[in-house]
Design a protein around this ligand. Structure first.
Ligand code: PLP
Length: 412
């Protein structure tokens, strides 16, 4: 038998020191353990529509199934032509008027892979990226993993979570490489005004920064809201637009995402060469799901039926907001996009010090899994994220439990 004392300890690499992704972190591990012990947990930690009874459009499933025999080999590293062409046309129809072509589109295994790839290609140690606070935490994690420094700019809750332009400007320095814009936003559900988007573009153009526009929720919109792609507003800086089918077409498991480069590309040739090389290094994105893209991008968008006033998502959003605001000491803004909201907890009533611990107690007491606000890089332990994907009756059940939990925590 081998002597354990002589074996080298395996530690995680130093690269992971500042890397964290709490959406699937310790709370989920506890929830999974509770499930193996026979408890039934309401899991509201991830934005994954399928388990909540959302179906994928049949035409997409048929298309992928039909093309399966063509999809057994590697594809071009950037993806199959028809998919990339359809993506291009999508942005052109939304007003991207300048010359972009299929060479500017890269398919990935979800937006997730492309975010990590971008940061690896872009950042030297200590380079800074401006990222919203709160954020979808992969952006911060990928920046730190690449040796960069995530610098968080404030989104202003009192202004419906619009980005604070002055805060962005004050944080730009000679190490800043880019600005991340998540619109519509996860976790707040905010849709940014065109005026604010133009101001962000002006800052990027003035300081020569890359704009990274995560627009994966651009087709999940309520109340007749209109989404303006950032790339249609920028001419004099490089814009990378990220999007995919995980949310809009409820096929998160297919891992079908893309990014498109537009705007000024001349000065970025070397960086783009790096991106192309990293894209080649992972050979290609999952090929069967590339065949979903052309069908998905054209014609009627089935998400509209879910977000219209008669639709499931619209009604669930309203239930979540109404029920949350009815709890003493909780306040929540109305999301205009996506399927999340980010309620505020009044700490005069609930004196929370550690919001992960608070969410752990919610899990243990009421068997509801939600992610604490600091998991989205929010600066204070006074928020949490609600995923309003469950159907009305399950959502009411989750809200009943939340209400009961907060009642036990009240201190006045
Ligand atoms: N960006 C945002 C804002 C998200 O909310 C998500 C998933 O929740 C992703 C990117 C990653 O999506 P995917 O990798 O499925 O394309």
């Amino acid at each position: 038998s081998s002597d354990v004392s002589t074996m080298k300890t395996l530690n995680k690499s130093n690269k992971l020191q500042n890397v964290c992704y709490d959406i699937r972190g310790p709370l989920l591990q506890t929830a999974n353990r509770m499930e193996t012990q026979g408890h039934k947990i309401i899991k509201l930690n991830v934005g994954n529509p399928a388990p909540f009874g959302f179906e994928a459009p049949q035409e997409i499933l048929s298309d992928v199934a039909m093309n399966l025999p063509n999809a057994i080999g590697y594809s071009d590293s950037q993806g199959i032509f028809a998919a990339r062409k359809a993506i291009l046309q999508y942005y052109q129809a939304k007003g991207l008027l300048e010359a972009v072509d299929v060479a500017d589109v890269y398919l990935g295994n979800g937006v997730s892979e492309l975010i990590v790839m971008t940061m690896q290609a872009l950042l030297d140690d200590g380079d800074e990226v401006l990222i919203p606070m709160p954020d979808y935490p992969l952006w911060t994690a990928a920046t730190n993993l690449a040796g960069g420094k995530a610098v968080h700019y404030l989104c202003n809750e009192a202004d419906n979570w619009q980005p604070d332009i002055a805060d962005i400007e004050s944080k730009i320095n000679e190490r800043t490489k880019g600005i991340v814009v998540i619109n519509p936003n996860n976790p707040t559900g905010a849709l940014y005004s065109t005026e604010n988007l133009k101001k962000i573009v002006a800052l990027a153009e003035k300081h020569g920064l890359v704009l990274m526009a995560d627009e994966i929720y651009d087709r999940v919109l309520y109340d007749d809201a209109v989404h303006v792609p950032l790339c249609t507003l920028a001419k004099n800086c490089l814009v990378i637009s990220y999007n995919g089918l995980s949310k809009s077409h409820r096929i998160a498991g297919f891992r079908s995402g893309w990014m498109m480069l537009s705007g000024k590309k001349h000065h970025a040739a070397d960086f783009i060469e790096g991106l192309t090389m990293l894209s080649s290094m992972r050979l290609c994105a999952n090929v069967p799901s590339q065949y979903a893209i052309q069908t998905a991008m054209g014609g009627y968008q089935s998400m509209q039926a879910l977000t219209a006033p008669t639709g499931r998502l619209y009604q669930q959003r309203n239930i979540a907001i109404e029920r949350l605001n009815a709890i003493k000491g909780i306040s929540c803004t109305m999301p205009q996009g996506a399927f999340y909201c980010f309620p505020k907890i009044d700490r005069d009533i609930y004196p929370i010090e550690d919001d992960m611990q608070f969410m752990m107690e919610l899990l243990l007491q009421e068997k509801v899994l939600m992610v604490q606000g600091t998991g989205f890089n929010w600066h204070a332990p006074d928020h949490f994220r609600v995923v309003f994907l469950p159907n009305a009756s399950d959502l009411h059940e989750a809200m009943d439990r939340l209400e009961r939990f907060f009642a036990t925590k009240r201190q006045e």
